[in-house]
Write a protein that binds this ligand. Structure first.
Ligand code: GLN
Length: 191
């Protein structure tokens, strides 16, 4: 059975995720309402602005149902802002920032500062891809203080963590979907 992929489509670059899945011949469902969740087996949370997506998750009544599905084992992948939303701890968030908080890791927002607020790099990913994948970082976070169940999948040459996994939860600080690469989407679909 094909698994049904949902893409959270409240704000941010969800369209690019649909486009990459289409390249792989995989359709996906936009998730905007609690009832959309009943139709999906896995979820992608895109990049965008984590504070805005967090607020919209609350007003759409999606925050708690998504958290419960993840805790029940639904595979989920957060790219950039999506990753921040999945982290249990956030450094540099705004007061009262809402997040799903399912993964035992700290996301440091906007970790690359003004000078380097956007850049492209080839990232070597443990397990997920045989060759380094092109990745775009836009006001990206880095991950810190991984809990004992967290596996580090990628670091930058300076050792900072930019991809990690905890069981059913995958986070990447960057956007593979903006670089047109399908490798990580394939990895997520097979996870
Ligand atoms: N800096 C953004 C945030 O904190 C994330 C940027 C992105 O998703 N490209 O939400």
């Amino acid at each position: 059975m094909e698994k049904v992929v949902g893409i959270l489509a409240l704000q941010g670059d969800f369209k690019e995720h649909f486009d990459i899945l289409a390249k792989l011949g995989v359709g996906a469902i936009p998730v905007r309402l609690p009832e959309d969740l009943a139709q999906i087996d896995r979820l992608i949370i895109p990049g965008g602005e984590s504070t805005t997506i967090g607020k919209l998750l609350v007003t759409s009544k999606l925050l708690q149902p998504i958290r419960e599905r993840i805790l029940a084992g639904m595979p989920v992948w957060g790219t950039c802002a999506g990753a921040i939303l999945l982290a249990r701890r956030v450094i540099g968030g705004i007061r009262g920032q809402m997040h799903i908080g399912a993964m035992d890791i700290t996301a440091r927002r906007n970790a690359f500062g003004r000078q380097l607020d956007s850049f492209e790099a080839n990232v070597a990913m443990k397990k997920a891809a045989e060759t380094p994948i092109p990745a775009i970082f836009i006001r990206a976070p880095v991950f810190e203080r991984p809990g004992k169940d967290v596996e580090i999948l990628a670091r930058l040459p300076d050792e900072r963590i930019v991809a990690a996994r905890q069981k059913n939860i995958l986070v990447t600080a960057f956007h593979p979907e903006l670089a047109g690469s399908t490798q990580l989407h394939r990895y997520f679909l097979n996870s």
